[in-house]
Design a protein around this ligand. Structure first.
Ligand SMILES: Nc1ncnc2c1ncn2[C@@H]1O[C@H](COP(=O)(O)OP(=O)(O)OP(=O)(O)O)[C@@H](O)[C@H]1O
Ligand SMILES: [Mg+2]
Length: 268
């Protein structure tokens, strides 16, 4: 849990976003601290991807405030976000299957040899190897083409690419959705490694078992509103499911009380 007076790395206040008649986000507050992993959960259509896309500069917000490292920021394009040190790994990963690991890590940011127009392959390979080693990612050879990697290895390359350029916050949309048991473990280990390096991490997942294993805090969205915040060490799976479905906490006063309880817990 974050220190009481710590300034969040990212802080959203009262975010509103609608698509025509559909109100996708209503008054959403959201915060991530340095070295914290936040699980963002909710049913289909709850607004998780919309929230991430508002932070990533894909959708402009209708109202609300975004602060990064304590300062108000205006996010209009994905480049603004990259400049802040915020990276997003979407589910389709956007890797080039026919290129090798090194080329994918440097895609669009290739390094040229000093004084010539040719690529500095040796330097890129060396740094790629070091970055993957630093993240404890096991890939047999950085010259392997993406097409020949397992799902977990691909996810790891996509995460490595997101964090190797001085990123401070990384957001992962369903990072384990298509993975087997061993591959999922590899990705969860990688998330823990990012936390150890002091990054803020947001993980969207429908798999509550994975969420409970790796996050410090769980934020639940339902129908575009934040309806609960849970600490995985004290909350039960059933409580979180109830918040997601609205089964038990259908009454907004109880929801408020529930949020308060967590706030109190955080200030202890
Ligand atoms: N580009 C868009 N245009 C119109 N409506 C949209 C758009 N994107 C999202 N919505 C609507 O906003 C609401 C929230 O959708 P969002 O994709 O954020 O949900 P989600 O929590 O990510 O769900 P899932 O778990 O299914 O991915 C839904 O009602 C959806 O139909
Ligand atoms: Mg989504």
């Amino acid at each position: 849990m974050p220190e009481k007076n710590e300034v969040p790395l990212l802080e959203l206040k009262g975010i509103e976003k609608s698509f025509g008649a559909v109100q996708a986000l209503t008054g959403v507050d959201f915060e991530v601290y340095r070295g914290e992993v936040v699980g963002l959960v909710g049913d289909n259509g709850a607004g998780k991807s919309t929230l991430i896309k508002c932070i990533s500069g894909i959708f402009p917000i209708d109202a609300g405030e975004i602060r990064f490292e304590g300062k108000p920021v205006t996010i209009t394009t994905p480049k603004d976000v990259a400049d802040l040190g915020i990276e997003t790994v979407y589910q389709d990963l956007a890797l080039c299957d026919n290129l090798d690991v090194v080329a994918n890590l440097y895609l669009g940011r290739e390094k040229l040899r000093h004084g010539s127009g040719t690529l500095d392959e040796a330097a890129m390979e060396q740094r790629a190897t070091a970055v993957l080693k630093g993240l404890s990612v096991k890939i047999p050879n950085v010259r392997t083409r993406i097409a020949a990697l397992s799902g977990g290895q691909r996810q790891s390359v996509a995460v490595a690419r997101a964090v190797m350029w001085n990123s401070k916050l990384v957001m992962l949309d369903e990072p384990t959705a298509a993975l087997g048991v061993a591959q999922t473990k590899m990705v969860l280990d990688l998330i823990r490694q990012l936390k150890r390096q002091g990054l803020g991490v947001v993980v969207i997942s429908h798999n509550l078992a994975d969420v409970f294993k790796v996050v410090d805090r769980i934020v639940v969205l339902r129908l575009g509103r934040r309806v609960g915040t849970y600490c995985p060490s004290s909350a039960s799976n059933e409580q979180v499911v109830a918040a997601i479905t609205g089964a038990e906490f259908g009454n907004s006063e109880i929801e408020k009380g529930n949020e308060k309880e967590v706030e109190d817990e955080r200030s202890n």
